[in-house]
Each structure stands twice: as C-alpha cells, then as structure tokens.
Design a protein around this ligand. Structure first.
Ligand code: 5GP
Length: 201
C-alpha cells in the first residue's frame, strides 16, 4: 500500500481557507491535522476538534518532549503540528492536510521535502480586509495586525509548490483537487503500477 501524502496548506486569515477546507473534506478522504495552540478558543470552537487549546506551560513541555513536527509563534501565540496527528495517518495511506502559517510551513518543507505545499491568496488585500471585517470575530486592532501579517505572508507565496487564488470557492476547490490529481500521477509514485504492467512482458 502506498503511503499518504503530506499537504501543507497555508493562507492568511480571512482568505476563505476554512470554507475551502470544509469543502475539500466533504469531497475527499483527508485527515486534517488538529494543531495545538495557546490562543483562546473563538466562539463555537471545540477542544480536540478545531485545536487542542493548551497553556503556554503545556506547549513548552511538548516542545521539550519533541512532540511537534513544527511550531511557530503567530500574533503572540504558539501554534504547533503534533507528530501524532501526522505520521500514523501517512503510514496508513491517508493524506494529511496541515493548515499552518508560513514559518511553520517552511520548517515542514525543510524536514519533509516530499510534502506538497499550497498557498491560497485572496484576489486583493482590499477583499481580504472586507472578508475579515465581515467575519466579525476579531477586534479592529487584531484585524489590522492580521492584515499586516497577511501581506508579509503573501510575499512568501512563491516559496510554495502551488498558489491558488481564492476568488470563487468552487474554482479554488477544483484547483486543489487538480493539484492532488497531478501529484498522484507523478512518476515517482507510480513504481508499483509500472511494475505491474511490465510483469508479463
Ligand atoms: P487562527 O488563530 O486564525 O486559527 O490561526 C492563525 C494562523 O495559525 C493561521 O495562519 C493558521 O494556519 C496557523 N496555524 C494553525 N495551526 C498551526 C500549526 O500547527 N502550526 C503553525 N505553524 N501554524 C498554525
């Protein structure tokens, strides 16, 4: 059985990444890694579903225990990918999606060069601002902070394997599946199929 693929999926907050992921999970068989974070849960978020919400002390303890594939500081909080959310699934042939920010994504690309990295960008910064305001989950100051963080992140999009512009949800989701399809057809993952075809030659 072939192993699952590791997919790094980044987008500045407000890019529609959550909606895109929900749609992707509806139509494909992926495990979306649940990260650990020290930020407070937003209204409606559940521990163990959206994140593992833990204290700074607990997070630092996990760093010492090497429990993370990567972790990063973002807007004054820690966020990290737990190894337990990744490797067991990959071994079982399940593709794992990491929804993480740029610093963490760079670390994963370095540690796991086989990972497929995808960056989702908004059609414009103006549109991003509009979406963040409409979401209404953050204060004005936090929105400003996230916009400036977003601009810095978008500037690094070129370091990813693929960039998707999320102007319309359906197109963006189709782009995601097109990438996954092409990745699965890569010759480096086709050894078994090639051998099978050649078996009775
Ligand atoms: P939010 O607070 O909006 O849920 O997430 C803020 C940022 O942290 C987002 O860009 C999100 O992708 C990123 N993030 C979530 N989990 C992780 C993680 O495990 N590691 C890293 N490096 N970033 C994460």
């Amino acid at each position: 059985m072939s192993k699952g693929r590791l997919i790094v999926f980044s987008a500045p907050s407000g890019c529609g990444k959550g909606t895109m992921l929900a749609e992707i999970l509806k139509h494909g068989n992926y495990h979306c890694s649940v990260s650990a974070t020290t930020r407070e849960p937003r209204h409606g978020e559940k521990n163990g579903v959206n994140y593992y919400f833990i204290s700074d002390e607990e997070f630092e303890q996990k760093i010492k225990e090497n429990a993370f594939l990567e972790y990063a500081g973002y807007c004054k909080h820690y966020y990290g990918t737990l190894l337990s959310e990744v490797d067991d699934y990959i071994e079982k042939g399940i593709d794992v999606i990491l929804e993480i920010e740029v610093q963490g994504a760079m670390k994963v690309m370095e540690k796991r060069p086989e990972a497929v990295s995808i960056f989702v960008i908004p059609p414009s910064i103006g549109e991003l601002k509009r979406r963040l305001k409409k979401r209404g989950t953050e204060s004005k100051e936090v929105i400003e902070e996230r916009i400036s963080e977003a601009a810095g992140e978008i500037a690094q999009a070129g370091k990813y394997n693929y960039v998707i512009v999320n102007d319309a949800l359906e197109n963006a989701v189709n782009d995601f599946f097109a990438i996954m399809r092409a990745e699965k057809l890569k010759a480096e993952f086709s050894g078994d199929i090639i051998n099978e075809v050649l078996k009775n030659a």
